[in-house]
Design a protein around this ligand. Structure first.
Ligand SMILES: C[C@](O)(CO)[C@H](O)COP(=O)(O)OP(=O)(O)OC[C@H]1O[C@@H](n2ccc(N)nc2=O)[C@H](O)[C@@H]1O
Ligand SMILES: Nc1ncnc2c1ncn2[C@@H]1O[C@H](COP(=O)(O)OP(=O)(O)OP(=O)(O)O)[C@@H](O)[C@H]1O
Length: 298
């Protein structure tokens, strides 16, 4: 018997970053939107805890106990005093180390899959607390849709989304380390009084009404200057996408994936073609949001 869970990637439509906290994390007002690029995590009873991964970026995924999917299985098993021996297979379609929460998706996916395989039927609150232990982005991978994340991004308030948004994601060569991007944010803001992070009312209204033009006007990522500082060539990708007709462009989370909001499906296809032709990215993917959170496939 196996259980497969499908989990979406995310884009941060507003990532407001506050000052560094004593614990090294930053307080955030993080507006997450789940997008229709997915990993599928399958768990099967096995002799020991093992992981395999397939997909174009599979070679970049760690197959040891540092993999968030393995950590999720171990944490859940430890809470219930049971043996975590499962084989976890990750069918990876979310770009790795791209700022789209691919590892977080696998953590949430493995957690939900093991919960079903082991017949635990854990309350949602318990699953969310294990997600928060795994990483700041992991609770949102479980929940999906759209949500405001406060604290270090793990405390979620679900948001209403009134329509579909069409995106293009330009995947860069190589990844960016999330801690390195936050450290660069701190370096760039040295001596600056960083304001308390807040989500803007017009952005929440644009999500609620499904208005792509209004959402485009409100997109903002406080980590973008840091990501651009570490990877200046991303500016060329952003320019190529806006020149091709995107309503707006921004770095996705900690990058280096860049996200382009377009007015409709046709425009998304044209922007993706132009980005590929520009030679400023490794590949371009179109996707629609919102997407459902982690879901058991039957
Ligand atoms: C950039 C985002 O993807 C936006 O959603 C997230 O803030 C990052 O979330 P994540 O990858 O789940 O990050 P975690 O695994 O919790 O933390 C990794 C590292 O990122 C930095 N970090 C993360 C979240 C946060 N609110 N402040 C931080 O400074 C810290 O250096 C931390 O050690
Ligand atoms: N299941 C996993 N899939 C991919 N990477 C993983 C996984 N588990 C652990 N990692 C590690 O996490 C690092 C970041 O990968 P990930 O794809 O999660 O980045 P990301 O999309 O930038 O994350 P975020 O948007 O949450 O900051 C990888 O370089 C890898 O070493």
């Amino acid at each position: 018997m196996s259980v497969t869970v499908r989990v979406p990637a995310k884009v941060n439509v507003r990532l407001a970053v506050g000052a560094a906290r004593p614990d090294g994390f930053h307080d955030l007002a993080n507006v997450f939107l789940a997008v229709g690029l997915h990993d599928e995590v399958t768990v099967t009873p096995a002799e020991s805890l093992t992981i395999t991964c397939s997909g174009p970026d599979a070679s970049q995924v760690p197959l040891d106990r540092t993999n968030l999917a393995a950590r999720a299985a171990e944490l859940l098993a430890a809470r219930h005093g049971i043996d975590p021996s499962v084989h976890i297979h990750i069918a990876k379609d979310i770009p790795v180390a791209g700022g789209m929460a691919g590892g977080s998706a696998d953590g949430a996916g493995a957690l939900l899959a093991c919960d079903a395989l082991w017949g635990l039927d854990s309350p949602r609150s318990e699953l969310l607390s294990i997600c928060a232990e795994l990483g700041s982005d992991v609770p949102f991978s479980l929940v999906g849709g759209a949500a405001l994340g406060t604290g270090r991004g793990e405390q979620l308030t679900e948001l209403e989304v009134g329509g579909e948004f069409h995106w293009v994601f330009a995947v860069a060569d190589g990844g960016l380390s999330t801690p390195a991007v936050y450290a660069e944010f701190d370096r760039l803001n040295e001596g600056v009084a960083v304001p308390a992070p807040a989500a803007s009312p017009p952005l929440l209204e644009a999500l609620r009404t499904g208005d792509a033009t209004a959402l485009a006007a409100s997109l903002a990522n406080d980590l973008q200057p840091a990501a651009l500082s570490l990877r200046p060539a991303l500016a060329d990708t952003l320019t190529a996408g806006t020149a091709a007709g995107a309503l707006a462009a921004l770095v996705s989370g900690s990058g280096p994936t860049t996200a382009f909001l377009t007015k409709d499906e046709e425009s998304a296809g044209a922007v993706a073609q132009a980005l590929l032709a520009s030679g400023t990215c490794r590949t371009a993917r179109v996707a629609v949001s919102p997407a459902r959170g982690a879901t058991v496939l039957v």
